[in-house]
Ligand binder design. Sequence first.
Ligand SMILES: *[C@@H]1O[C@H](CO)[C@@H](O)[C@H](O)[C@H]1NC(C)=O
Ligand SMILES: *[C@@H]1O[C@H](CO)[C@@H](O)[C@H](O)[C@H]1NC(C)=O
Ligand SMILES: *[C@@H]1O[C@H](CO)[C@@H](O)[C@H](O)[C@H]1NC(C)=O
Ligand SMILES: *[C@@H]1O[C@H](CO)[C@@H](O)[C@H](O)[C@H]1NC(C)=O
Ligand SMILES: *[C@@H]1O[C@H](CO)[C@@H](O)[C@H](O)[C@H]1NC(C)=O
Ligand SMILES: *[C@@H]1O[C@H](CO)[C@@H](O)[C@H](O)[C@H]1NC(C)=O
Ligand SMILES: *[C@@H]1O[C@H](CO)[C@@H](O)[C@H](O)[C@H]1NC(C)=O
Ligand SMILES: *[C@@H]1O[C@H](CO)[C@@H](O)[C@H](O)[C@H]1NC(C)=O
Ligand SMILES: *[C@@H]1O[C@H](CO)[C@@H](O)[C@H](O)[C@H]1NC(C)=O
Length: 329
Amino acid sequence: MENFIFSFAISILLLSSFTLSLNSATDKYALISFKNSITSDPDSVLSTNWSQNTSVCNWIGVSCGLKHGRVTALNLSGYNLVGTVAPHLGNITFLKYLDISSNSFAGILPFELSKLHRLKVINVGMNSFTGEIPTWLGSLSQLEELYLYNNSFLEILALEIIASQIPPNIWKCKYLERLSLSYNNFIGNIPPEIGRLRVLTELYLGHVNGFQGGIPAEIGNLSRLEILYIDHASLTGDIPSSIFNISSLRILSFVLNSLTGQFPSNIWKCKHLGNLGLDFNNLSGNIPPTIQNASMLRELYLAYNHFTGELPREIGTLPMLESFIFLQI
Ligand SMILES: *[C@@H]1O[C@H](CO)[C@@H](O)[C@H](O)[C@H]1NC(C)=O
Ligand SMILES: *[C@@H]1O[C@H](CO)[C@@H](O)[C@H](O)[C@H]1NC(C)=O
Ligand SMILES: *[C@@H]1O[C@H](CO)[C@@H](O)[C@H](O)[C@H]1NC(C)=O
Ligand SMILES: *[C@@H]1O[C@H](CO)[C@@H](O)[C@H](O)[C@H]1NC(C)=O
Ligand SMILES: *[C@@H]1O[C@H](CO)[C@@H](O)[C@H](O)[C@H]1NC(C)=O
Ligand SMILES: *[C@@H]1O[C@H](CO)[C@@H](O)[C@H](O)[C@H]1NC(C)=O
Ligand SMILES: *[C@@H]1O[C@H](CO)[C@@H](O)[C@H](O)[C@H]1NC(C)=O
Ligand SMILES: *[C@@H]1O[C@H](CO)[C@@H](O)[C@H](O)[C@H]1NC(C)=O
Ligand SMILES: *[C@@H]1O[C@H](CO)[C@@H](O)[C@H](O)[C@H]1NC(C)=O
């Protein structure tokens, strides 16, 4: 009996190490396929370092889990790589961190990446990706950081190239803490579903061509938001007062839009606001004296609007203020 249990245990051990090495082989094959779809590697990073003779865990940019030896991170940021992303990457099922930012990857983000359910961070910023922003991103339920900035995500509809819409699915990633979609081409509104990202702390939607409409009041539901950039984005309408309900805000920039209405009088609720940029809009009315209660303000940019009246003396009492620009048109 003991013998039986012993050999049973041994065979389980053998079996599990066999599957482990099989899975490691899958990782290796996936990474080699990834390397093979890179057409230019000017610094010879992969061509010299990713040697078939060594374990993938020793390859530059690759990290493995200590226990299982599977690949958990791929970070090849800033190596000037040119090429496309091989769909085989979707087989590295233990991958948590994927950073291929600041290269020249083109083409689409392959659908196979939707199999990477453990992904926490995706950074593909500063590349030349095209195609729609994939809807499958919404199925990556563990995602905490998503960076798609500086790409050319487009939607190609019947020979007509139009800009992409932000897919409503992104809002399903309920653990998302940081989201950057800056420097892309979008059409349509900022979807109100954005208010569902309850743990979001940083949101970058600036330098986007083609946004229509205004800032959704639902952004005020993002109660943990610290950094909000929606600059250079041709937005119209008022600044929703719900935004100043977010007491954690530190940086807020709506620079270069076509926002109208008054300076938000409840700004004093943002106790941690250090940087407020509203220049180059169409705001009007007075600057309210309640601004003195936003006592952490260090940088305040209000230039090129239609503000009128006297500047409240209270601005002079802001203890941290370093930079204040108010030139009106
Ligand atoms: C690849 O790079 C890593 C990290 O820089 C280094 O430890 C390793 O020795 C290199 N391997 C080869 C074959 O050059
Ligand atoms: C890798 O191994 C093969 C055969 O085992 C050998 O011929 C080759 O020189 C090795 N390459 C490197 C870079 O070590
Ligand atoms: C990748 O490496 C860069 C440079 O070392 C670093 O700034 C970045 O945070 C890394 N990305 C991830 C996801 O760890
Ligand atoms: C990995 O992915 C590719 C393409 O998505 C596929 O052809 C291949 O069979 C997959 N499986 C393994 C074990 O490599
Ligand atoms: C994005 O690209 C533009 C030019 O296309 C550049 O000016 C800008 O600095 C880039 N943004 C980031 C975040 O690197
Ligand atoms: C989110 O914000 C909107 C508008 O400010 C509000 O009407 C809505 O009730 C909020 N939703 C939740 C779930 O708090
Ligand atoms: C701000 O928050 C308070 C308390 O949660 C709520 O009653 C109020 O309606 C909110 N104001 C706006 C403009 O959303
Ligand atoms: C800005 O406001 C002025 C009047 O205050 C108006 O004539 C102009 O059309 C507005 N511009 C935009 C872009 O909303
Ligand atoms: C703003 O600060 C002043 C002076 O510190 C205080 O008297 C006043 O009650 C504050 N107002 C609000 C709305 O917090």
